[in-house]
Design a protein around this ligand. Sequence first.
Ligand code: ADP
Ligand code: MG
Length: 629
Amino acid sequence: MSEGMTTDATEERGPTTMQFQAEVSRLLEIVAKSLYSHKEVFLRELVSNASDACDKLRYAALTRPELAADDPTYRITLSVDRKARTLTVADNGIGMDRQDLIDNLGTIARSGTLSFVNGLSGDAKKDMALIGQFGVGFYSAFMVADRVTVVSRKAGDSQGWRWESDGKGAFTVAEAEGAGRGTSVILHLAEGEDEYLDEVRLRRIVKTYSDHIAVPVMLAKAEGEPEQMNRAAALWTRPKSEITADEYKEFYHHVGHAYDDPWLTIHYRAEGVLEYTGLLFVPSVQPFDLFNPERKHHLKLYVRRVFVADEVEGLLPPYLRFLRGIVDSEDLPLNVSREMLQSNPMVSRIRQGLTKRVLSEIGRKAREDATSYATFWNSFGAVLKEGIYEDFENRDTLLELARFRSTAADGLVSLEDYLGRMKEGQDAIFVITGDDVESLSRSPQLEGFRAKGVEVLLLTDPVDEFWVTAVGKFKDKPFKSVTRGGADLGRIKGGEERKDEPAPEGMDELIALFKDALKDEVKDVRRSERLTDSPVCLVADENDMDMHLERLLRQHKQLQSTSKRILEINPGHPLVAGIAAVKDREQVRELAFLLLDQARIVEGEALPDPLAFARRMASALQRGLTPAS
Ligand code: ADP
Ligand code: MG
């Protein structure tokens, strides 16, 4: 429980009024003035929670059968009281004790949802559209109810509890006598919401959204036996051909706690040495917690239809953590602890199978629909690329799936595309790494490549630095950074062929002078092959670390030192030719420092001595403005 939540009661077990966490209050305000068009989804949320509660108890009862012994048949029951205008969703699942009620129904536990709520704009219409996409779970009850009562008794406890709220800032918790095991959510329907008292309507909603729920959803009758409204078979056990896209989608919403449409649905059964069923979804919207290091992945593990655990480590490689869904194993032992699961060789074999399958299905999408694949890649490419670095076994497949921005096209290109466009004499895949495509594509180091029509891949994800170095090659062609080593442009045919002009007069002396002046600042000064429009640029030496990577590591305090760079100068540039003609050696030395600082600025490097730069700049300008005498 968070600090300061208890307000006006000191008696621990008496009725207590408490404030909702601020984020919950904000959420409830939006939900209450709801402009949402599908309010009926509140029922999907409550049934989904009830089903999760039954799954949890079924699993807990494997090791402690006494927990469920008093009422062993799991079910969810809807009942309507027309006179009181209430709709009740009851389950005989795990239940909640006092603290659970306070924590689960007074705060937002999931960090992703929390940051989502903090990002809401306050504009009801926009916010509602977002909420439609991400869902508000239990709190959606307040879309149709002006008061909600939750009566719950936790399996194994004798004391039950009553939680109640009108959704306006506060809730109360009190002891409840005679509560059955599990949870009943009683909705006191708001004015105008009488449709949720109607059996026909309820039946339709359950059929639409909750047919796939594996626990029976019953409708209590005034007289006679309750009626079962859903199919109540685990969706993944049914033949694919009989499952509709909508049924898959609703299952995805339930199992993934997600509200977008799946971009890809993968449903298959592995047979042979290892038997399991996978029902996996790739979301179409990037989930909030994609880069949250605490979240491992979102697959639920079942063993022969019984829910066993979330986030089992080793069930999925980290670079596929965007997947949602379930794996149901036929072979794993049922009562095995989480820790044992992590080191179970069967789990890692399932992981290998899942990974291959998922990558091949993603590859199929890539071939079938490039536009749709581009959307996927923009959301999840940066994560998938972690696999190129980490997963040696699937490296080639991942490299084929990878897409890049490039100097040769507006959209995304593959490495295959790149190879197909290589120029005669070109024997490397040229890349440049940096923070964003726009500034990268203006880099001076690209000028010569552009002039020759040689394509360069523009890499902007931090992970690019690591896999490019680790991988080295794609189909025998090495990756080569255009900001490191020689440009090797001489051997490549194409574009306007640069005639091997003799160096302009005084160029060798100029380079010698620069070298001497800058000997403490740079490793070398040389004539550039890669510059056409800019006077100078910096490059890293062949065996040194790439400049962008070094900056990245320094920013993250992983590196203190800086390697010395090579200053390349463009002999064809009028400024350089002008400097070569200057007689005053001291002045040339000053200009050498000025050009070096200019190259640093363009590169995005900090100037070691900004004052000296300003002084040199001022005096150069001054000379330029003073009429020659
Ligand atoms: P989510 O289901 O995504 O976790 P919800 O807002 O739907 O979010 O529910 C919040 C939490 O409240 C659940 O995670 C669960 O711990 C608890 N909860 C809700 N309904 C029930 C229920 N019927 N039985 C037991 N616990 C429940
Ligand atoms: Mg829920």
